[in-house]
Write a protein that binds this ligand. Structure first.
Ligand code: MG
Length: 368
């Protein structure tokens, strides 16, 4: 089997309402998403999506994906999409770094492998574990009562895991976390996602001031060095999210005991192939995981849902549904959808999502 054509589509995904991270420091209103279709000489095709949330979130952006694909895509024409390790080595040799550029290609190849195998992607990744995957809500930074109202909105949709975005104001953060923790229900998890905004001094102050059972603190500071400083001075569980880009980061997190949990975002780490290597390291070393995408439509959500579904629920704390926040759905009624606050990876071969061309329009680039 050979890759004969790679088509690239761009789609703006408007958020239903402006969204604030990192204590209000970062504001987002529309996501720039890239859809990649890979066609083969045997008639099978696959889809992948790359959406790095917004330009201020990570060292990644939508235009960067399309520019990187200009370099990578021509090299992949004629290659066998089923040989995922070779595809990834070719991409890394052609364009070192830039893992987020390669993710939609890698995902589309997994989609093809699933379709020709007659198996859903989670099963090729090693398992369909029996428990549905809990979806974490995404609670925009606000006042304590505003954030609690948002949690209630998601509770009504079945959510039992909540990602509450805090940061940037120590006194207000203590008030926010105290209010949410006091109103936390039995069986509910609330994790406090700082999105890098605290200095170590601030993180230590807040984390030692609050009583937050059944919770953890995500990416409290910018760097792994800073988080390691915090780790040594608090007993609260810590999750690394934006600080995990490559296998070497995870090795450092484990070796130095920086965190007990990592948030593996498929686009940020370069696709399902590389995310699987991180998954396996975490399973071998007892590190718990969140598995999600950096952003995107149901196509991106579903790729992450397949990986999450392959992990025993004791080790996978949840995923995230970006689709809930968008006003556009390019694959109506397909893929992983919220069922009582959980995703179940689709049973169809491959990813189980075929975007509708009426939403995507003509490709903006075709390589053949
Ligand atoms: Mg996070």
């Amino acid at each position: 089997m050979k890759i004969t054509r790679i088509s690239v589509h761009q789609l703006d995904l408007p958020l239903a309402k402006p969204y604030f991270l990192s204590g209000g420091r970062l504001k987002f209103e529309v996501l720039d998403s890239t859809f990649v279709r890979i066609d083969t000489d045997e008639g099978t095709h696959g889809w992948g999506e790359g959406c790095p949330w917004g330009v201020t979130y990570l060292p990644a952006h939508g235009k960067g994906i399309r520019a990187g694909l200009e370099e990578i895509a021509p090299v992949l024409i004629g290659e066998d999409p089923r040989q995922l390790d070779r595809i990834n080595r070719l991409m890394d040799a052609t364009l070192p770094g830039h893992p987020y550029v390669k993710s939609p290609i890698d995902i589309a190849c997994w989609d093809i492998l699933g379709k020709i195998s007659g198996m859903p992607v989670c099963e090729i990744l090693g398992a369909r574990e029996p428990d549905p995957v809990p979806i974490a809500s995404s609670i925009s930074t606000g006042s304590p009562t505003e954030m609690m109202a948002d949690i209630q909105y998601y509770r009504d949709k079945g959510y039992r895991v909540h990602s509450a975005k805090v940061g940037a104001n120590v006194d207000l953060d203590i008030a926010r976390i105290t209010h949410m923790s006091e109103n936390q229900q039995v069986g509910e998890k609330i994790f406090y996602d700082v999105n890098r905004s605290w200095l170590p001094r601030e993180a230590i102050t807040v984390m030692n001031a609050v009583d937050a059972a059944n919770s953890w603190f995500e990416q409290p500071c910018e760097t792994l060095d800073e988080i390691a400083m915090v780790r040594a001075r608090t007993t609260q569980p810590i999750c690394v999210d934006e600080g995990l880009h490559a296998f070497t980061d995870l090795n450092r997190i484990h070796r130095d005991g920086v965190a007990e949990i990592v948030n593996i975002k498929v686009n940020r780490v370069g696709g399902l192939t590389k995310a699987c290597r991180l998954r396996d390291y975490c399973l071998e070393t007892g590190i718990s995981m969140l598995i999600m995408e950096t952003g995107g439509s149901v196509l991106a959500d579903t790729a992450a849902a397949h990986l999450a579904q392959s992990i025993p629920s004791v080790s996978c704390l949840g995923t995230w549904s970006c689709q809930e926040m968008l006003t556009i759905d390019p694959a109506p009624d397909q893929g992983a959808r919220n069922i009582d606050g959980c995703f179940i990876a689709p049973a169809e071969p491959g990813l189980g999502v075929e975007p509708a061309m009426e939403f995507l329009g003509d490709p903006i680039a075709v390589y053949r």
